[in-house]
Ligand binder design. Structure first.
Ligand SMILES: Nc1nc2c(ncn2[C@@H]2O[C@H](COP(=O)(O)OP(=O)(O)OP(=O)(O)O)[C@@H](O)[C@H]2O)c(=O)[nH]1
Length: 330
């Protein structure tokens, strides 16, 4: 049997910058031979559309929670990727990057990779890289067990978004240090990191079993009451509808809204969909894709938070669009 293939797990709380890092990594020359497994929380996957790759065959998506019910899915996904490589239909790959969902506990995923006979034969865990958002990382570590467990299991923690507030970046680094004095700390600004940071092993893997010693026989329960809602709208929306809808979300849900992300068809720019990212109270500037990533031209929004009411959300979006539409006729 050949050397095992390195697997790096990129984890971190909702919206902390995981996809941004993976996307930038795949853009670097020499790193396209990387198979990517993306696991998202929510029925509609968005991240896949936000990662451009010349090697679409190497991107694999799973929605639902890999760390709970879908552990068998990891072995199946790796098998599928290996089969494509072995078939010779496409060039192979020499490493695997797994992006977990923002609510994932990485422990069961690691445990599966170590214990599953197929996975342990094929893969060697190179690194667990954790993203911590400078703006809200300390608060989520305080409030969410998932965020603490991600940091607890990381080999390397990257503080993201310190470009938005350098002081917050330092505070986030201190909070991580206080919790994990031994961890290797770095930072990522808009995903611009030395690619080696992802695959260069940091720690001694044999020192790991004690950190994985908690029982994981039962699927763990995600943070109380956090649910996910997916909205899909077929007709393009006015640009101002999107702005007003995001404002309405922030006003109505406040701290109960943990994450909004989506691809939105805008009437004024039919060929360039808008990409929306909200992370708790921070709404990142809307970005525009040069083109639609697939034939699916519907708007897709995923919201994660507490008290989310799908009927209210659909109604609110419809009412705003109707009002904007009638105002635009004058
Ligand atoms: N200013 C700034 N924005 C960033 C940085 N990293 C990520 N972002 C923005 O943060 C938002 C969320 O980033 P993602 O990479 O989608 O976060 P994620 O962790 O993959 O999100 P989930 O998959 O939903 O958990 C996007 O608008 C990014 O452009 C950074 O270093 N600086």
């Amino acid at each position: 049997m050949n050397a095992r293939m390195p697997l790096t797990i990129v984890t971190g709380f909702l919206g902390s910058g995981k996809t941004t890092i993976v996307r930038e990594f795949l853009r670097r020359p020499g790193f396209q031979n990387t198979a990517v497994i993306i696991n998202e929380f929510g029925e509609i996957g968005i991240n896949h559309d936000l990662i451009e790759s010349s090697r679409e065959d190497l991107i694999s998506l799973s929605t639902g929670c890999l760390c709970c019910a879908m552990q068998g899915d990891l072995a199946n996904t790796v098998r599928r990727l290996m089969a494509v490589a072995a078939s010779g239909e496409a060039p192979g790959f020499d490493r695997i990057l797994l992006e977990t969902s923002g609510m994932a506990d990485p422990a069961p995923i690691l445990q599966t990779a170590i214990v599953d006979s197929y996975l342990s034969e094929m893969l060697e865990i190179a690194n667990v890289v954790v993203t911590v958002d400078a703006l809200n990382g300390p608060a989520v570590m305080q409030n969410y067990d998932e965020a603490r467990r991600q940091v607890a299991l990381g080999d390397r923690v990257l503080i993201t978004k310190s470009d938005l507030d350098a002081g917050a970046g330092e505070a986030a680094a201190l909070a991580v240090r206080a919790y994990r004095p031994d961890v290797v700390l770095g930072k990522s600004v808009n995903g611009d990191i030395a690619p080696e940071l992802l695959f260069e092993p940091v720690g001694d893997r044999t020192a790991w079993p004690p950190r994985l010693s908690e029982p994981h026989g039962q699927p763990h329960v995600h943070a109380a009451e956090v649910t996910t809602v997916s909205l899909r709208v077929n007709a393009p929306l006015h640009a101002v509808t999107l702005t007003l809808f995001l404002q309405a979300l922030a006003e109505n849900y406040g701290p109960d809204l943990l994450r909004v992300k989506g691809i939105v068809a805008i009437r004024e720019s039919p060929e360039s969909p808008a990409v929306v990212h909200g992370v708790q109270h921070v709404f990142h500037p809307i970005a525009w894709l040069d083109q639609w990533p697939s034939d699916d031209r519907s708007s897709r929004l995923v919201l994660i938070g507490r008290r989310l009411d799908v009927a209210w959300l659909h109604l609110m979006l419809r009412i705003i669009e109707e009002e904007v539409e009638s105002a635009s006729r004058f």
